[in-house]
Write a protein that binds this ligand. Structure first.
Ligand code: GLN
Length: 235
């Protein structure tokens, strides 16, 4: 995924990541400001959020450009949660354009998005199988496999990113994941920012607006947001 964003805090709608900010994901789908690789993000989009009515998050993925989905605005205006994740995709050359290759990938309560690329041979050893042949789907499967074996979200992300990065030194491995109670992100080759609010924290590949307080997360780092705590550790 080429641009992703998430919120953890007081309930907000998905429109707060997509339509409301001047540089939300809708604008980032056709005019990103900080994108280092690719020009637009027209190969699909997805979003996930948590609702007390079900144990697993709700997920909505499409393989069309975000701006072509006339039903999205109303859905995003009412889909509300304390934990939100959304992404727009610019498919890497050779990767399939299909819903199953589109973030967020999901397993149980976990949602995951990938901004970057990795040689699939570098990740195929890290997982038993993936829902799509897309490199991001393999990364997600490797993270989920570690979660099922008992790893915490941050531990699973860090292990997969470090191992994949060793095998493919040219890999870009910005992952963003959540479990409903925490947000975790890696920075490995692309941009990532976070912004504290009085009632929560925003995390995004690039700032959603020009308000003060957006801070860049350094490269090769793991960002963890849990409650009001934000920690950054080197990878
Ligand atoms: N490699 C992933 C894909 O093809 C992510 C692409 C990206 O971040 N631009 O979907």
């Amino acid at each position: 995924m080429c641009r992703h964003a998430a919120w953890l805090g007081a309930p907000r709608t998905l429109a707060s990541l997509i339509h409301e900010p001047p540089y939300g994901l809708l604008v980032q789908s056709y005019a990103p400001r900080r994108q280092r690789h690719g020009l637009i993000n027209a190969d699909g989009y997805g979003m996930g959020w948590y609702d007390p009515a079900r144990p697993e998050p709700v997920r909505y993925r499409r393989s069309v450009p975000m701006w072509t989905d006339a039903n999205l605005a109303a859905l995003a205006e009412v889909a509300r949660s304390t934990c939100l994740l959304a992404a727009v995709r610019s498919a890497t050359v050779g990767m399939p354009v299909e819903e199953s290759a589109t973030a967020p990938f999901a397993d149980g309560a976990w949602l995951l998005s990938h901004n970057g690329r990795v040689d699939r041979d570098a990740v195929k050893d890290l997982a038993d199988g993936a829902e799509s042949t897309c490199d991001s789907a393999w990364l997600a499967a490797a993270v989920f496999q570690r979660g099922r074996a008992g790893a915490e979200l941050g531990e699973a992300l860090a292990d997969v990113v470090v191992r994949a990065g060793e095998k493919d030194p040219a890999a870009r491995l910005n992952l963003l994941a959540c479990d409903g109670a925490s947000l975790v992100a890696t920075v490995w080759g692309d941009t990532l920012f976070h912004q504290r609010h009085h009632d929560g924290v925003l995390v995004a590949s690039e700032p959603l607006d020009d308000s003060p307080g957006w801070r860049a997360v350094p490269d090769r780092a793991l960002l963890t947001v849990s409650g009001e705590d934000v920690t950054i550790q080197p990878l």
